[in-house]
Design a protein around this ligand. Structure first.
Ligand SMILES: CSC[C@H]1O[C@H](OP(=O)(O)O)[C@H](O)[C@@H]1O
Length: 349
């Protein structure tokens, strides 16, 4: 695929010995990068959703480990290993649901354990760069595999943002949509606004408009009425954690879309790299669901819109049972009608 706007969207960039994060809290109105020089700063940026999206936060944390190693090695060239554990734990704990975060920190921890004496930073930077490059390659592979499932002439609905901003680049769900659109298989893309953080309205719409892909936003509550009209062929979403049986945690509202899709004969596709699969969990019941501040629901654009005195419940994710998923697309292949056997076969392949 030739150079497109999405090739230039980078949520996470290592630049001149610091980590630069595109501040996604400000998009689409303001494009501003934050430069971070400490692991604690990266952990805070993940908590504050400066960077968000399962693969993207894992990649950011991997570079956070590089920053930690630089500081710890400078403090104690002989004793840095004993000190860096707290930094890795801080990064891994920044958000609970996306398993890519703990997966990336574990991979960096293993690199530390293998590292010989001396400055570990070059080796750790190479590992973080590899995690980034592998993610982009995986997204392009998943784009091809997922687009092949889409028959020409249909419209698709996506939820939240699973694009370049949520990954190393190109996106998971948006990678499939970009690839299918380039192949002429998609007539229209519908995107749910994705209350309360508005990843759809602010981030997915921004990405697709920059790509020249027609995108139509809808209120989350309009999805049922859209699907009942028979114009949408697939609902295509990303994921934050997939259990061993295929149960999938994703942005709040995803489960409802899966129920609606099944009700209206619409395909439901989850697109995620294998770094999102948590085989330690037999099913989705064990997936930790992040609850975020009530103010994200009570406020809009920083102003209180809810009636004074009202409380709010703000789970950031829900879990879609595997039985409602028609296909899980990974870079290793597609699991149709996912179940424990299909997921195990995918990872064994
Ligand atoms: C490509 S995974 C993106 C995934 O992460 C989002 O959550 P958040 O914006 O809170 O990090 C959402 O669940 C997306 O599907």
């Amino acid at each position: 695929m030739s150079e497109h706007a999405h090739d230039r969207i980078r949520a996470v960039v290592w630049n001149d010995d610091a980590l630069e994060l595109l501040d996604q809290r400000l998009l689409p109105a303001v494009e501003r990068r934050l430069r971070l020089g400490t692991a604690a700063g990266v952990a805070q940026a993940i908590r504050d959703m400066v960077v968000r999206g399962a693969p993207a936060i894992g990649i950011a944390a991997a570079y956070g480990v590089v920053l930690a190693a630089r500081a710890r090695f400078a403090e104690a060239p002989a004793g840095w290993r004993a000190r860096i554990g707290a930094d890795l734990d801080l990064l891994a704990a920044a958000r609970p649901t996306a398993v890519n975060l703990s997966w990336a920190v574990a991979r960096m921890r293993a690199t530390i354990e293998r590292a010989p004496e001396g400055d570990p930073c070059p080796r750790l930077l190479a590992e973080a760069n590899a995690i980034l490059a592998e993610d982009i390659a995986a997204n392009r592979r998943m784009g091809a595999l997922g687009a092949a499932l889409i028959e020409a002439g249909g419209s698709v609905l996506t939820h939240c943002n699973a694009g370049s901003l949520a990954t190393g680049g190109f996106g998971t769900a948006l990678g499939v949509i970009r690839t299918a659109h380039a192949a002429g298989r998609i007539d229209a893309v519908y995107a749910g606004e994705t209350r309360p953080w508005l990843q759809g309205a602010r981030l997915t719409a921004w990405e697709l408009v920059r790509d020249g892909i027609p995108v139509t936003l809808l209120a989350d509550g309009a999805a049922a009425y859209l699907l009942c009209q028979g114009r949408v062929r697939w609902v295509i979403v990303g994921a934050d954690r997939i259990a061993a049986n295929g149960d999938t945690a994703n942005k709040i509202g995803t489960y409802g879309l899966a129920v609606l899709a099944r009700q209206h004969g619409v395909g439901f596709m989850v697109v995620a790299p294998v770094s999102t699969i948590d085989m330690s969990l037999a099913d989705g019941a064990g997936i930790p669901i992040e609850e975020r501040p009530a103010a994200e629901v009570l406020d809009l654009a920083g102003a209180r819109v809810a009636a004074a005195g009202a409380g709010a419940w703000n789970p950031a994710f829900d879990v879609t049972p595997a039985a409602l998923i028609d296909a899980i697309v990974t870079e290793r292949g597609v699991v149709h009608a996912p179940d424990a056997a299909g997921m195990a076969a995918l990872l064994a392949g």
